[in-house]
Design a protein around this ligand. Structure first.
Ligand SMILES: [Zn+2]
Length: 147
């Protein structure tokens, strides 16, 4: 099942999965395909309650829709959206090949940590603060754009 098919299925489980896939999707072509179908996607996911505990799973869907809209209207690097989503784990983003962690708090507390990350595509630098409330969050702040 493609991401688009998952969205259009209208099934909450599939929509949630598709949203998480879009979050990690950096393939411009695939994003453009989704952008072309944004109207149908919005119709299919309208009024979908994805459940969740302290944090409604709809945050994933809201972010996915935002990213698709962004891909449609902007050619800027997708890393510009890191500050808009608190679930981008720097280690996972590094494993996916999107960024490099250039510095890390050498002695992090159990639930807090800081990172300095560079986007491998455009060179943007981010300061990332990791914290913990009912879930682990990551606040990304863009600090510099390299020429
Ligand atoms: Zn970038």
């Amino acid at each position: 099942m493609t991401i688009l098919e998952k969205f259009l299925s209208g099934a909450p489980d599939q929509i949630r999965q598709a949203s998480c896939e879009v979050m990690r999707l950096n393939n411009k072509q695939e994003l453009n395909t989704l952008a072309k179908n944004l109207h149908s996607i919005k119709k299919a996911v309208k009024n979908t309650d994805l459940g969740g505990g302290f944090l409604p799973n709809n945050v994933y869907l809201d972010f996915a829709l935002k990213k698709i809209r962004y891909a449609k209207k902007s050619n800027a690097c997708m890393c510009e959206l890191y500050p808009d989503m608190v679930f981008f784990n720097p280690s996972e983003e590094e494993s996916a090949g999107h960024i490099l962690i250039t510095e890390q708090d050498p002695a992090p507390e159990p639930w807090t940590n800081t990172f300095l990350c560079r986007c491998r595509a455009c060179g943007n630098l981010f300061h990332v603060e990791q914290g913990e409330s009912h879930y682990t969050w990551y606040q990304w702040t863009k600090i510099k754009q390299l020429p």
